[in-house]
Write a protein that binds this ligand. Structure first.
Ligand SMILES: O=C(O)CCC(=O)C(=O)O
Length: 277
């Protein structure tokens, strides 16, 4: 498996859905032009991160305009695309879902956020995703061409069990569209990505929206790529930008063979069980 370049689009999100779609399309083109083979968008890239607004911006696969754009962009630019996430409507439920496309525009898979962000933090930040969203129940790994791509969404990264299950299912590069905030971001963003990378000896990629101090929910920014040794190899600032990094599969093998954490697990002493097919 050859190395490849990943681009993480730290996009500024507008209230206007059409503007968000156009902005994402334009950033995907710019990333492809710079040689990215995998392009990643942030969590809820087509709408403001406000739970009560999610149903209004929600789309069903395959006809939603954001989803059409993602499939077309992957095909026209010839890239693998983790389409951040967006509110997905399925019957009368709405999910926070990441859709993943191949360079021929084919849907490779999707991840519905498993852990909903329902919190009341000191300082007044209160979020209740479950007021409008349903939760997914799948561990998402795309086994094919990129050699094991795990996808989960934001708060999911705080649950080491889910990350480890992805890695046990073959994930070597884990992509997390996310929107940490100005309370949890400075305290935990870099720490949690580095921790998961060190534990699982995999690349961990975080894609945040750009920071907008006037937004109802202020995203932290600082999209990043962490290598399997836990080193931050690329990190954005606060504003809109695209960051790039080279994914080196040889480094994953090297770290896993020199420090064989996955092999040294004591599965005769403890167990981690996947309860859904
Ligand atoms: O875990 C955090 O600090 C932020 C989570 C979040 O914003 C989300 O899941 O959307």
């Amino acid at each position: 498996m050859q190395g490849y370049r990943v681009a993480v689009c730290q996009m500024a999100i507008d209230r206007d859905k059409e503007k968000n779609i156009a902005r994402a399309r334009e950033m995907i083109a710019r990333a492809a032009e710079k040689g990215a083979r995998l392009v990643v968008l942030p969590e809820m890239f087509n709408c403001p991160y406000v739970a009560r607004l999610f149903p209004r911006y929600a789309e069903s696969y395959p006809e939603g305009p954001s989803l059409q754009m993602l499939s077309r962009a992957a095909r026209e630019e010839g890239v693998y695309l983790v389409g951040g996430s967006l509110p997905e409507r399925d019957g009368d439920r709405v999910y926070n879902t990441s859709f993943i496309f191949a360079p021929d525009g084919r849907l490779l898979g999707k991840h519905r956020k498993v852990h909903l962000f329902d919190v009341e933090l000191a300082g007044g930040l209160s979020v209740k995703e479950s007021s409008t969203l349903g939760a997914g129940n799948r561990v998402t790994v795309i086994p094919a061409e990129l050699g094991g791509l795990g996808v989960a969404i934001c708060y999911d990264i705080r649950f080491p069990e889910l990350m480890r299950l992805m890695v046990l299912k073959g994930a070597r590069v884990v992509v997390i569209p996310a929107a940490f905030n100005m309370t949890t971001g400075p305290a935990h963003w870099e720490l949690v990505f580095r921790m998961r990378a060190v534990d699982n000896q995999a690349y961990f990629i975080g894609a945040s929206p750009a920071r907008d101090p006037g937004a109802p929910y202020v995203a932290y920014g600082h999209s990043l790529v962490v290598d399997p040794w836990g080193k931050v190899v690329s990190m954005a600032g606060e504003g809109e930008e695209i960051i790039y990094a080279e994914i080196d599969p040889g480094l994953i093998d090297k770290v896993r063979s020199e420090l064989p954490l996955l092999r040294h697990r004591r599965t005769d002493v403890y167990a981690l069980e996947l309860l859904v097919p």
